[in-house]
Design a protein around this ligand. Structure first.
Ligand code: PRX
Length: 629
């Protein structure tokens, strides 16, 4: 890395460098650049394979890249079974704390046992290799057990974030054609119960594929159990079928591991497909180097398992690295704004990985809440999900990290599976920049025609080289995979983000350039919000946009045209907000709804959200030559 960089730079201390696994980032990067396949092969060799690969990368059918072809593995073997033969057998896989103060720990041995037991339960329900299983729960240990059990027997899990609601769950179950749904009775959230099973019951009335519903008891309120369809997890786990050992399905490297729905440029959420082999190598390697996992670490990724951050860096990545993770069920500021700091002190957490929105939210309460606690165990901090504003970065660095802990600002996506632009602890940092692409990954910022823009100019963020944890396809829709990601510029992956690259080659993410809105780091599509609004019988048409918000990053604003004869009223606005919350989830609830008589559209009838946004911000809408009215 260059000695002297431009702008405000935070250089790593001697202490940080001496502890870091990678002391010379350039060396690693040059090695990867020179021989990409050998770089990844060396990493893959640290994991166990039932049969080794014939080829590291098969690019004979671009953009349907394949990694480690011919190899046989199962990610769960490397997450669990492999550790049982080592000193990690009795090491804690995780420490979990509930919002209500309950806690639980599980060793690798215990997690392996519970996974095998539940895998046997799934088998007894007729689940086979390739079948989809939908999982809908809060942040409780059983969500991890359910994911691992499904992968162990070769099934494909589809986790639906517990903050989604009826229609979002229904459409994901329907699209995936899952026969089994694993759900919790409820989740604790700020002292209240989110009635997950009740939401699931309503969703199941709208889709017809599910034959078995397995229910984890968490919150304990009275729920409906449909005879013949619904069964309690704890009762099944006590039956003789739930034995402690369960043979592991040997998977092809390219066999699907999971699908995860995410919002795209247009239309319905799409299912991003990841595989056993390449995904495993990508997240194992990236977590090891970026969060510099050491054997004795206690690592906390405060995301939710229901999003890609949780899949890669709460569940699979840490387990592959034999890490002890901390997992917390509830909200950061419940019952008091020091809840997180208290737990870092209590459990001696070394690495904290969270989102800018959480930092901004906690920052509002002032530093006294942080300073009450001894956070000296912390060594590294992380950020993900949206651009971190330099003010929040500095607060995180100074107040939480006491100016000792480098911040790993990791840019990546559901589709990339793993960190793509990210520092490592020994890399000089600039607040608000994720620094440079991970070794072996080439990225750039280009103009409309695909030519690189000048330093500090804004353009489209693209990825130029394949990587092992990359999306393989959109489940059941390969054409969409090609058209959405690989069509704007041939042979190049389009991220959907805009960015700048500075004179030192550091990347600065600006935001989405498509119809995706990032609210508190959560990815939502304008189409999802609009179709929820239109499903209300008072609404004729709707348009949703994201506007800057101090804590959430973006907040949703919606413009609604009412049907003929419907009276405008504040009560109707509230009803529509609740309706979106009920259909999509509380995270999608518009901050504001405004009734309008028309919407700006192109001649072909496409809503010009860009114009709505400019108007709301009092800015010039730019080129409006395609505007019809
Ligand atoms: O816009 C970028 C933003 O989140 C998008 C991906 O969202 P999702 O698939 O939900 O995955 C989020 C967690 C990996 C990106 O296109 N994003 C993610 N990380 C960052 C970010 N924006 C700026 N800085 C980041 N570190």
């Amino acid at each position: 890395m260059a000695e002297k960089l431009n702008g405000e730079v935070y250089y790593p201390s001697e202490e940080v460098i001496s502890y870091a696994r990678i002391k010379n980032w350039d060396e690693l990067n040059n090695f990867a650049k020179k021989d990409l396949q050998n770089f990844w092969a060396k990493e893959a060799e640290e994991l166990f394979w039932f049969k080794k690969w014939d080829k590291v990368l098969d690019d004979s059918n671009k953009p349907f890249y394949k990694w480690f072809t011919g190899a046989k593995t199962n990610i769960v073997y490397n997450c669990l079974d492999a550790h049982l033969k080592t000193h990690r057998r009795n090491k804690l896989a995780f420490i979990w704390e509930g919002e209500n103060g309950e806690w639980k720990t599980m060793s690798y041995h215990a997690l392996h046992r519970e996974t095998c037991k539940f895998a046997n339960v799934l088998k007894s329900m007729g689940v086979q290799k390739g079948d989809r299983v939908t999982i809908y729960m809060g942040r409780i240990p059983e969500i991890i057990i359910a994911m691992l059990a499904s992968a162990r027997i070769g099934a494909v899990h589809s986790v639906v974030y517990g903050g989604f609601s009826v229609e979002s769950l229904a459409e994901r179950i329907e699209d995936s054609q899952s026969k089994v749904l694993i759900v919790a009775d409820g989740a604790f959230q700020r002292g209240r119960i989110v009635p997950l099973k009740k939401i699931a019951d309503e969703a199941l009335e709208r889709c017809g594929t599910v034959e078995h519903v397995l229910v984890v008891k968490r919150t304990g309120q009275e729920i409906n159990m449909e005879y013949g369809r619904d069964m309690w997890y704890h009762e099944l786990m006590n039956l003789p079928i739930a034995s402690n050992s369960c043979a592991l399905e040997e998977m092809d490297s390219e066999d699907p591991l999971f699908i995860l729905y995410t919002s795209g440029t247009t239309g319905k959420p799409k299912a991003i497909l990841h595989t056993h082999g390449g995904y495993m190598v990508g997240i194992y390697t990236s977590l090891k180097y970026v969060f510099d996992i050491h054997e004795e670490d206690r690592y906390w990724c405060a995301a939710d398992p229901g999003w890609i951050t949780g899949h890669s860096y709460i569940v699979y990545g840490p387990l592959l690295n034999g890490t002890t993770s901390f997992i917390y069920e509830g909200a950061p500021n419940f019952p008091y704004p020091n809840r997180w700091w208290q737990m870092i002190e209590k459990y001696g957490i070394n690495i904290l990985y969270t989102a800018p929105t959480a930092i901004r939210g906690l920052m509002r309460f002032g530093e006294a809440w942080v300073k009450r606690h001894n956070l000296s165990s912390l060594r590294l901090l992380g950020s993900v999900g949206e651009p971190i504003n330099p003010e929040a970065w500095k607060w995180y660095y100074k107040v939480v990290g006491n100016e000792r802990c480098p911040i790993m600002d990791t840019w990546w996506q559901t589709e990339t599976g793993m960190f793509m632009i990210t520092p490592m602890p020994s890399v000089p940092l600039k607040p608000g920049s994720g620094t440079k692409p991970f070794p072996g990954i080439e990225m750039d910022v280009v103009d409309e025609k695909g030519n690189p823009v000048k330093p500090n100019e804004e353009g489209y963020l693209i990825i130029k080289t394949p990587w092992p944890a990359m999306i393989r396809t959109v489940y059941k829709d390969p054409e969409r995979y090609v058209s959405q990601y690989w069509s704007k510029y041939p042979g190049v992956y389009l991220t959907g983000d805009s960015a700048r690259k500075d004179e030192d080659g550091y990347f600065w993410i600006i935001g989405r350039v498509d119809d995706v809105i990032k609210v508190s780091g959560y990815r939502l599509g304008t189409a999802e919000i609009e179709s929820a609004l239109v499903s209300h019988n008072a609404v004729a048409e709707a348009a949703a946009i994201g506007l800057p918000h101090e804590v959430k990053g973006n907040a949703i604003y919606a413009y609604v045209i009412l049907r003929n004869g419907i009276e405008k009223s504040p009560a109707l606005i509230e009803e529509l907000r609740q309706h979106v919350s009920h259909e999509v989830g509380p995270i999608a609830k518009p901050e504001r709804i405004e009734f309008v008589d028309s919407l700006p559209k192109t001649r072909s009838g496409k809503i010009m959200r860009r114009v709505l946004k400019a108007k709301a911000l009092g800015q010039d809408p730019g080129n409006i030559s395609t505007l019809e009215e």
